[in-house]
Design a protein around this ligand. Structure first.
Ligand SMILES: [Zn+2]
Length: 167
C-alpha cells in the first residue's frame, strides 16, 4: 500500500446562497440614509448623550433613546490608510478609514474617507470632513451608500456623476 492510496481527490465548486438579514431597531438609520440622505443618530432620553452609530438604548444609563438627525459634517478623531479591502471598495485602494465625530454627536462613527490626493495630512486627527452619497438609484440602505471627504474637496466630489451631496 502506497501513500497515494489515501490521497484525497478534491473538486473545486461553489455554493450560492440567497439570504436576507435585518437591521432590527437600527433600520430607520438605513432607510433614511437610502431614501433621504439623512444621518440619524439617537439621543438618550435620560442623560442626553447622542449616539452615532445609533443605539436603541443608551449604553451608559440603559434608558431608551429617540432619533435625532445629525449634520453631514464632522471631525476625524483617529484614522489609518486601507490597503486591503472588499470588492465594494477595491477600486478605491488606497483610501482612508476613520472614526469621525459628527457635529452634535457624542460618539464617533467609523467610515471611509476618500481623497483625491490621499496623504496622511489629509486624514489626520482634527481634519474637517463632509459626507458624500451614492446617487439614489445606487443606494441600497447600507454603510457603503456614503463616505466622507476632506471638507475642502467636497464640491469636487459631489460634482462627480456617480455621487451627490446631502442638503
Ligand atoms: Zn443615557
Amino acid at each position: 500500500m502506497s501513500g497515494e492510496d489515501f490521497l484525497a481527490h478534491e473538486i473545486r465548486d461553489r455554493i450560492h446562497i440567497n439570504y436576507k438579514y435585518t437591521m432590527g431597531g437600527q433600520s430607520k438609520f438605513f432607510r433614511d440614509l437610502k431614501n433621504e440622505k439623512k444621518l440619524q443618530g439617537t439621543k438618550c432620553t435620560k442623560c442626553g448623550k447622542i449616539w452615532m452609530p445609533p443605539r436603541i438604548a443608551c449604553s451608559d444609563c440603559y434608558a431608551d433613546t429617540e432619533w435625532v438627525e445629525l449634520p453631514h459634517t464632522g471631525t476625524i478623531r483617529v484614522s489609518t490608510i486601507v490597503w486591503y479591502t472588499t470588492s465594494d471598495f477595491i477600486q478605491q485602494v488606497p483610501y482612508g478609514i476613520a472614526f469621525i465625530l459628527l457635529d452634535n454627536a457624542d460618539t464617533a462613527l467609523m467610515q471611509g474617507i476618500f481623497s483625491e490626493n490621499l496623504v496622511p495630512s489629509k486624514i489626520k486627527k482634527g481634519q474637517r470632513v463632509k459626507a458624500v452619497f451614492k446617487r439614489k438609484e445606487d443606494r441600497e440602505g447600507k454603510m457603503t451608500d456614503f463616505f466622507f471627504v476632506p471638507e475642502e474637496e467636497y464640491e469636487s466630489w459631489i460634482n462627480k456623476p456617480q455621487y451627490e451631496g446631502g442638503k
